[in-house]
Design a protein around this ligand. Sequence first.
Ligand code: FAD
Ligand code: SIN
Length: 531
Amino acid sequence: MRKNFDFLVIGSGIAGLSFALKVADFGKVCIVTKAEAKETATLYAQGGIAAVMYTPDTYEKHIRDTMIAGDDLNDPNIVRITITESTDRIKDLLKWGVTFDKTKSGKFDLGREGGHSEYRVLHHRDNTGKEIQNVLLHEALKHPNIYLLEHHFAVELITQHHLGEVVTSSRDDIECYGAYVMNVKTNVVDTILARLTILATGGIGNVYATTTNPPVATGDGIAMVYRAKGVIENMEFIQFHPTALYNPKEKPNFLITEALRGFGAILKTVEGESFMQKYDERESLAPRDIVARAIDTEMKISGSDYVYLDCRHLNKNELISNFPTIYAKCLSIGIDITTSMIPVVPASHYICGGVKVDEYGRSSIKNLYAIGECASTGLHGANRLASNSLLESLVFAHRAAMDANEIFMQNEFKENIPEWSDEGTVLNEEMILITQSIKDLQTVMSSYVGIVRSNLRLKRALDRLEILYKETEDLFKKSILSQDICELRNLISVAYLIIKMAMKRKESRGLHFSLDYPRIEDKSENYNSVV
Ligand code: FAD
Ligand code: SIN
């Protein structure tokens, strides 16, 4: 079936919903989302959202912290835009009805996380994302111009390629006309045409075996743009969160927020010794790349599968009231965090790169925006400062919406787009072919393209990926479309982009650490000697 909308938004997290709310008074919006609308990374965000609210904090301090964390690979103009617009975007959230914790004096109770020189993280206890997701979704569902299609999976962006033209990455006139979208309950593929298409498809965590990301994070948006010959960048910068709960039976890994370290929790070895002083003077609150590498190293030294996070010295009542979700979660698996240490392990958490966009979220493909985690705005550089991603999503959703509202009526709906064709394909009756390939892919990526990399490991990963790619393309061509095969294909494309960009980077920088290009100031002898 063919459907026409002014705006097609793919994804229902903070980026997609806040964009939709800002354009819906002007045109018809369709949001497609591949699971239930609330199932997003946004829902699971714990620590909060960084913004400059009061003195002694200043925009300049937040800008400096962001640049330091990003190892100066950030785009200074984008950093300045994002931080100086932070206060206004928080006001938007408040206007929509989001509430943040306050102190007795009525000011926001600001938290602090790794790499921040000031207390500036607004939070709603330890479940900030849930508060934001629920409020934005509630607002979106109320709006008469927003049509929400749950369990609808975007398969492919529609471009001139679908009109029979040859589209290569050297063309600078590629246009997006909408997307082919599959209803995953019926497997019917609709042609959704739009004046403007907005990718808000989130992250890629499931490329790795351990991740804090929900199952929806399979890099679909990035892979679709790559296939459509758009520009992708900075994919080598994968952030591993240092402290995911070590609970091998559970997937995704439950996050133990960095705010807990901001509150005073200390990282310790399995023998109960603190170790961060060996790696960085900021100790447990050093930026994430440093902390994750230090933990990885300590795990290799001790041969253990985890290290500990110790909260036992903290005020019991305050601990429970500030971190009720973590307290309850740990208790549910037999760990009372007020009396026992929490076993933690690094897990893939966030991708700094993605679809290259400009300061209005415009991708290299005309009429296609990318916002939120799937976009590469230049804010994060080589490493994201904690709690800057919810902020980035809001700022660029706003900027994209302002731009989109100005221009969308100039675009006509494209004629002659063919319907999706399944001709010549049959139902794949062997799910094992897909599930095993996903496991193989995740093992390769975790073993060879994780926190510590080398030329040899990357080459080995690429060789293994080649086999998975060929087998999957072969299966894809023969099979009736399904969400699983599409996601596997997308994960493989994303893995390929990560490896290729990591191979190109002949230095250790931010989140990309290579044994072949050590840096003196990284105290790299600590990492070299044990890997
Ligand atoms: P998401 O919220 O992930 O939404 C993506 C949407 O796209 C989903 O609706 C998904 O179903 C949909 N989608 C994907 N592919 C398709 C497709 N093919 N077709 C249709 N729909 C599709 N950041 C902070 O700033 N502060 C924090 O405290 C924080 N804590 C975090 C804790 C956890 C456990 C995790 C995982 C992340 C955390 N982050 C945090 C990062 C932050 O949550 C994400 O970067 C941010 O929420 C991304 O928002 P988004 O709208 O881009 O994507
Ligand atoms: C956390 O709460 O530790 C996650 C914050 C983030 O990813 O920005």
